[in-house]
Ligand binder design. Sequence first.
Ligand code: SF4
Length: 705
Amino acid sequence: NVGLVEPDKKVDSVCPYCGVGCQLTYNIKDNKILYVEGRDGPANQKRLCVKGRYGFDYAHHPHRLTKPLIRRADAPKRGDFVMDPNNVMEVFREATWEEALDLAGGKLKQIRDQYGKKALAGFGSAKGSNEEAYLFQKLVRTGFGSNNVDHCTRLCHASSVAALLEGIGSGAVSNPVMDVMKSEVVIVIGANPVVNHPVAATWIKNATKAGTKLIVMDPRRSDIARNAHRYLQFKPDTDVAMLNAIMHVIVKEGLVNKEFVESRTIGYEELEKNIEAYSPEKMAPVCGIDADTLRYVARLYATSKASMILWGMGVSQHVHGTDNARCLIALSLMTGQIGRPGTGLHPLRGQNNVQGASDAGLIPMMYPDYQHVSDPKVRATFEKAWGVQPGTLDDKPGLTVVEVMHAIKEGKIRGMYVQGENPAMSDPDAGHAREAMASLDHLVVQDIFLTETAYLADVILPAGAFPEKTGTFTNTDRIVQMGRQAINPPGDAKQDLWIIQEIGKRLGLDWDYKHVSEVFDEMRHTMPSIAGITWDRLEREDAVTYPCVKEGDPGDPVVFVDDFPRESGRARFVPADIIPANERPDTEYPMVLITGRQLEHWHTGSMTRRASVLDALEPDPVALIHPLDLAEMGGKPGEVITIESRRGKVTLYARADDGSPRGAIFVPFAYYEAAINKLTNPALDPVGKIPEFKYCAIRVTVGGE
Ligand code: SF4
């Protein structure tokens, strides 16, 4: 029907879904998006995947929140969770903005004054703009008075970022995805880019067609393995064993880049000593990859002119996620495969602005630009920049996402402000998270739909959807891009930046940002990495890569060319040993659950399940299981199965998938009617504080309610 209705305007923006950051154009008529086209952006060159192209009409869905809502005094108990957008008025009543904001902000202030600064916490959003993330963390730090601020980066790449900051001094990628075209060898480990970063996957496939050798390492055989030169289906949870064995070969066969190690790194001797015990022969039965293949891959990676590693949450979402990433960093350092085009380390970032939200300080231990809260000089700088009294900013790291839920249960956190996140679906052991949030004295949720989290709220503030606001977004390649408002919010819904500012005023903050560009300008004056990027330049060019320290700098797509941003300028090796998953299968729960995403749906599904084309493609919750496992339990594809862990139970449809490893089952977490995170294990990586979403013990039976 595209030809039948002509748009009355075209607005250039970016995709609201994944970290690839495809540029697109919204075609609008009468405040409605008619269709979306890909633009010639640096990450997509006019390409879009199914989500970017068809996942836009959620913005016009009748479930959109259009008025502020206040929980009725006689509403059902908050723990009695029955998600039904059609009977919302039995639980909530409409309110004016004035009344809702006064209640939302006033009660937060009351809790702060009565119980202390650490009795409050805030979750911001990786789907909001950089400016929203920056303002939200500033509100928590100056309005609440603590560092209890976090967002979903804690659930995706927190362990990768921890290892990268420790090892090479920067939590972002060293090279853009597009650099795979310049690589001789590319390793993709624990990532399913065809599903989760589809346009990035097209560049990887193009590279293999041009001769790049792709090594895919993953317990699940995903579609990208079809393009692989070698596919290593290692046993779930054995990353460290396999990677240490590969490094062992590199050492024993004299393939270490000694010049690079001596001139650019520290700590090599410790690493070498540690991997002595990890011979391929010993590790082959542990990881399930034969010694010859481990040797072949080690030689290929180490001796190529340019080798690059890309990884996803299969690496990071383990109790040993930081160790997994440490091994990948060590592999690149010992071979000198970093600091040049076509080399380096690329943790594929999930949400469209998870890189930017982390950069902007939406994390409990760092101010913007990863400046640690415990550093007195850093605090003094921010106290001056933010106009607060010297000595008032908290010097202790705040609580992370899962720690906040425990603190609520312990009575330490009594009030929360959640902007655009859905922990009732995305947190591990989601039943526990829901109970915790339901027990709060005061919960304020700001969102575009009545999410599972919003259902538990005391006050719901209706926000603007992605195409309804202007702001900047930073993709997985460190490219800051301009997203522009294409349509107006429905009803009385307001843009997030306005709402955050109004809540800030109720907490006593004297803010008066008239335009989003004023927030960006303040950011660049507190964040050296983007100091050279001006709003005008972004308006003109749409995309600028950081680091961009001075105005006019072109930006650096490839970093660590001469040194690493650590005190000594040298990168650091950190050895890792095998730590088993927190919860292993046993006779009672004999299988393993792996959770993740699918192509058509995004995260907790609140947007994509309300996008008509995407919902039509994948309407029901499914579990991917090896056909032989399914047959052994007497089931057939399409039948209902029940999955149960020590924490919960869900019923959903079985889908045969011979890429799944035997004994493991994969379930996307997008479906509220089969909320798989009720089953997942909240055990945390001790460094990155990321939960173990990729491994817990379950039992599966055919049938169910
Ligand atoms: Fe959007 Fe990612 Fe798809 Fe690009 S690849 S269109 S950014 S979801």
